[in-house]
Design a protein around this ligand. Sequence first.
Ligand SMILES: *Cc1c(COP(=O)(O)O)cnc(C)c1O
Length: 366
Amino acid sequence: MIHYKLLTPGPLTTSHSVKKEMLVDHCTWDDDYKQITQKIRKELLKLAHVSEEEYTAVLMQGSGSFGVESVLTSVIGQNDKLLIIVNGAYGERMISICQHAKINYTVYQEVYDQVPSAEKTAEILAEDPAITHVAMVHSETTSGILNDIASITKEVKAAGKTMIVDAMSSFAGVDIEVGGLGIDFLISSANKCIQGVPGFSFIICNRKKLMESEGKARSLSLDLYDQWKTMEKDGKWRFTSPTHTVLAFAKALEELEEEGGIPARSKRYYDNNHLLIQKMKEMGIRSYIGGEYQGPIITTFFYPEQSSFSFPEMYEYVKSRGYAIYPGKVTDADTFRIGNIGEIYKEDIEKLCEIFKEFFESRKAE
Ligand SMILES: *Cc1c(COP(=O)(O)O)cnc(C)c1O
């Protein structure tokens, strides 16, 4: 088996101890398993800075998109209308979910290298009173841009609408005051900044808003309210749960705490990210997002200006030396992406940049 570290935004490189948790086959009906689920739910609320009285956490089988689809198809009723704020592929995916489920929606489209504006959002809400819900992505993993959810949520709340945030690639990597901001539904998944393995998503839900969604779901498996109702009783999952993933996730939460919680993890990610961008800049590789809006999760870089440059060649060169990077075309310009979340440290970034340097120099010599 080839061993390499993942410089992708999930699945990502997990610790050996997280992987080791998956070496047991756990049953799902006994109390200790249900208690693990309950403990995870409590811990997630703490990370979101919300109280158990006001909020509740629901775990949902599947990848992150299943969580987004669960929320959109469960809480937006037949007479409701969703405003989707889009500046990347994950915003576009929400449009696709609404089209499939025949959810009434409208779009505020922003270009991919700009953050959506709170003023523009307020204008749209004022002009279209039929809008009841607003959804947006926090860290747009397409480009690496970090959207300003605080200022937009403020406008959404002032207008009395429900706020939905896809914080898939940012939750626990960037501190989010979910309750303080007034976010009603926030979605993330097991294989992003908490550094677990893929298998489920989770949703931090405002209890009152969740209760209001009863009976609205357009899908059985993704019914958020029903999933909550079963889980809330004693920690039982409605259908077969991804047991190995759940055990690994419980361990990953412990390791997040040991690292020093979100502040320490966030700092490591920001430091990795700054170091990467600086070293790439020294090699003449520019990043796609301007400094101010660049998030700490993943960075999009323009191809170098060497005429002989080949991304597949670089990808193989880097991978055979221990790191898998991420392709990605966000604009008409050719770009590639490097994630710096997961079990990735300063030494990895330094080593990676040495590999890039070698690669560029070897091509120049040809
Ligand atoms: C990873 C991610 C998702 C979910 O993608 P899946 O492939 O379904 O796990 C959704 N939104 C964002 C912003 C993401 O980074």
